[in-house]
Design a protein. Sequence first.
Length: 263
Amino acid sequence: MITELPKSYRGLDRLKVLSVRHWTDRTFSFTCERPISLRFRSGEFAMIGLENGDKPLLRAYSIASPNWAETLEFYSIKVADGPLTSRLQNLAVGDEILIRPKPVGTLVHDALIPGKRLVLFSTGTGIAPFASIIRDPETYDKFEEVILTHTCRDANELDYGKHLAAEIESDELLSEVVGGRLKLISTTTRQQTEQMGRMTDWLRDGRFAAATGAALNAENDRVMICGSLAMLLDHKAICESLGMEEGSNSSPGAFVIEKAFVD
Ligand code: A2P
């Protein structure tokens, strides 16, 4: 039952946590109930958090579930001394989180001009908005092919994305919509695995072209980027060197960026 919030918490909803899954020592995901009135575009983020005396503790989090889902999903890092994540990582089923139910963001279809390939570059928990995008049928209406890259330091950090791709494949409806047009490229940069390296290096040395069938190009490709600030800037520079222009909600372009928020 939703009880009344203190006045200082005006505009915030309380949502019950429905499931929690710990993926690694550093990451976890959870789902919570979705208010009927909460609408969002796949790829957007919302302010979520916990009660904290007089003032709620809120941070921006990408919504990892697609816009048609009945529940909201979030994928989070655990920071030992992080004001919010140190507490959020202890969430249990039945607990409540706070949300400001006004999602926004630029990693949305509306901010991109039409193209053939949608390329989603992510590192770490920057995969969260793309977990939403790759489960949205609109993505496959708009693009012939979707490539998601996920780069992390260690192999187990790639599990969330791999699990997601497997889940899409085993979902009767979604797998039909996707029709084999989604490709996940997972790489590590520190732990030795079969596929290693930063995606910026893959783009420069031809490994991206070899793995996907074509080099990144301004004519066919539309790009979304989500990760640390350094990662964003390096990918952005590569897009701009290819003649791509950055897009926004008011002025769509060939690529869009958003920082993976909590770190
Ligand atoms: P690396 O191990 O070479 O730093 P972080 O946890 O620091 O956010 O990093 C997550 C992943 O993103 C790591 O695999 C890291 O590689 C990679 N990364 C960090 N900075 C960049 C960058 N500027 N361009 C591309 N990948 C990056």
